[in-house]
Write a protein that binds this ligand. Structure first.
Ligand code: IPM
Ligand code: MG
Length: 357
């Protein structure tokens, strides 16, 4: 197979981890007889510095022509001034919108070897396997916003809007995913307070009753969900929720496996290329030191092979190489718990050495 892949390294540790994931993809191509072509483009702070915009037109068109996109991370203190004209994060939101990537899949899977790296007790987290589907192109992230007044009478607002089709399509995708797993779906909202959540709840209930009567379905309020996640995470299979609730809950859920450095994500639309990235951010404090954990991005590359190129065997080869690396006791600093650790490049190399075909 020939595939045209766009790399968006971005800021902070983005370039170093993306490079390791690209090397792993190259090794996979070599072993399984594929041809992957990589082109790097600008996004985020680095794009602001060189073009004035966080998502230059050249990046958008390259992404639209690609078979899939692998992104590192965006943002950093350099671009954090609240009065700045634009921000690195705006580039990420814009690419999601431009490509219609309405579904963000965030699997929360435990690696047995890392159970003790979690801040939570083994009895609570063992056996956790949750797939989050976060709505990604709607809700408060994209609602109308503005400011008015000045000084102490200044105020700001941002509205949360959801439409029926936006809820239908993400709930459908989540229910389909549940059918391929434990057949359970939980929808998370704040219907006791928010109008868009009440719409969400009604639409989700109708879609489930009409189209997925065999999938076990329940609803949980987002504040309770925050609690249940660290109290009884094993009880959840697939969780579907809105953009902002998904952003917050998946960061919380990332603590179950112990490190944000292990979690990949996939952003998918109804057609066109998918975008794959680690859940973690750009970690500017450790950028350029060869200590960042590349495994989340490497696992995102596995999701890319599976979801955008239908290369399941190749995806599994990467995932088992990552498990093998952990089983062999290799750790980057974030998961080493004070014992010996290895650098970003060495970790990438270790994964490549364990790839089989
Ligand atoms: C994420 C990130 C982004 C988000 C930021 C960087 C804009 O936190 O992908 O979870 O809020 O969606
Ligand atoms: Mg987030």
């Amino acid at each position: 197979m020939k595939a045209n892949l766009v790399l968006l390294p971005g800021d902070g540790i983005g370039p170093e981890i993306t490079q390791q994931a690209a090397s792993v993809l190259e090794a996979v191509a070599k072993r399984f007889g594929h041809e992957f072509e990589f082109r790097s483009h600008l996004i985020g702070g680095i794009a602001i510095d060189s073009t004035g915009e966080p998502l230059p037109a050249a990046t958008i068109s390259a992404c639209k022509d690609a078979d899939a996109i692998l992104l590192g991370a965006v943002g950093g203190p350099k671009w954090d001034d609240p009065s700045a004209k634009t921000r690195p994060e705006a580039g990420l939101l814009q690419i999601r919108k431009e490509l219609g990537l309405f579904a963000n899949l965030r699997p929360i899977r435990l690696f047995d070897e890392l159970v003790d790296a979690s801040p939570l007790k083994r009895e609570i987290i063992e056996g956790t396997d949750i797939l989050f589907l976060r709505e990604l192109t709607g809700g408060i992230y994209f609602g109308e916003s503005g400011r008015s007044g000045e000084g102490s009478s200044e105020s700001a607002y941002q509205s949360m809007v959801y439409s029926v089709p936006e809820v239908e399509r993400i709930v459908r995708l989540a229910a389909q995913a549940a059918k391929g797993r434990q057949n359970r779906l939980t929808s998370v909202d704040k219907a006791n307070v928010l109008e868009p959540s009440r719409l969400w709840r009604q639409v989700a209930a109708r879609v489930m009753a009409e189209e997925f009567p065999d999938v076990q379905y329940d609803v949980v309020l987002v504040d309770s969900m925050a609690m249940h996640l660290i109290n009884r995470p094993r009880d959840f299979d697939v969780v579907v929720t809105s953009n902002m609730f998904g952003d917050i809950l998946t960061d919380e859920a990332s603590m179950l496996p112990g490190s944000l450095g292990m979690l990949p994500s996939a952003s998918l639309g109804s057609d066109g290329p998918g975008l794959y990235e680690p859940i973690h951010g750009s970690a500017p404090d450790i950028a350029g030191q060869d200590i960042a954990n590349p495994l989340a991005t490497i696992l995102a590359a596995a999701m890319l092979l599976r979801h955008s190129l239908s290369l399941n065997e190749e995806a599994e080869a990467i995932e088992s190489a990552v498990s093998q690396v952990l089983a062999d006791g290799l750790r980057t600093a974030d998961i080493a718990r004070g014992s010996e650790s290895l650098g970003t490049q060495a970790m990438g190399q270790a994964v490549i050495e364990r790839l089989s075909n």
